[in-house]
Design a protein. Structure first.
Length: 219
């Protein structure tokens, strides 16, 4: 079988459609996980044993099981208990729950690195806790955790091909459909490789821009 880039070019329109689906799944899962991780971080601050125990079990389960198993659980188990959410939502939910466990640990580390004096000063000034978190703590937390969060985003992108097993037509699924009909997997997968790289590269460049912007603000 001869290598021919024309097959890559011909597959590009459909690959772009798959890439758009990959971007949607990635962004929905990542930002949904970000919100969930922030909520878990706040709950941890309450220091309630029951809540801490539930969070510990959740994080241990997520970190100790493959992402694929978590996707299957969301897709096959939830309908059994009466929650039928469809393949796309199940895939996003599974990736959200997975990423949230890791982002929670990222935020915990970032929170521990913040100066305690700022929190104590805010309390001494009588600033309400919601305002303190929204205006003082969370902005600094996001700044300090930008690099690991971007790394986590790339991991979410790299996990999206797994949702193809529950029939979500993202980039990998489209690639499989194309090369199963034209029998040129190398050329098609080359196009998919380039698109995956561009998505992750754009995320890393955004991270660098945010870091430079934050450094200029501090200066």
């Amino acid at each position: 079988m001869n290598f021919d880039l024309q097959y890559t070019w011909d597959a590009l329109p459909r690959l772009l459609e798959g890439a758009w689906m990959t971007i949607q799944v990635s962004f929905l899962a990542f930002f949904g996980a970000c919100g969930l991780a922030i909520a878990i971080t706040l709950l941890r601050r309450l220091e309630w044993r029951a809540i801490d125990a539930v969070i510990a079990v959740y994080i241990s389960f997520i970190r100790g099981t493959p992402v694929l198993i978590q996707i299957f659980l969301c897709f096959y188990v939830l309908p059994v208990v009466g929650i039928d959410i469809g393949a796309f939502t199940a895939g996003v939910l599974a990736l959200t729950l997975n990423s949230a466990a890791f982002q929670t640990e990222i935020f915990r580390g970032g929170l521990a690195a913040l100066p305690r004096s700022q929190i104590e000063t805010a309390r001494s000034l009588g600033i309400p806790p919601p305002v303190m978190w929204l205006k003082i703590i969370l902005p600094q937390l996001f700044i300090s955790t930008t690099p690991p969060l971007v790394n986590e985003f790339t991991l979410v992108v790299k996990s999206t091909p797994l949702v193809s097993v529950i029939t979500v037509v993202e980039l990998m699924r489209v690639s499989q459909q194309i090369f199963s009909s034209n029998f040129h997997p190398i050329e098609v997968l080359l196009g998919a490789f380039v698109l995956y790289f561009l998505i992750c590269f754009a995320g890393s460049q955004l991270s660098r821009w945010l870091e430079v912007r934050n450094q200029l603000k501090r200066a």
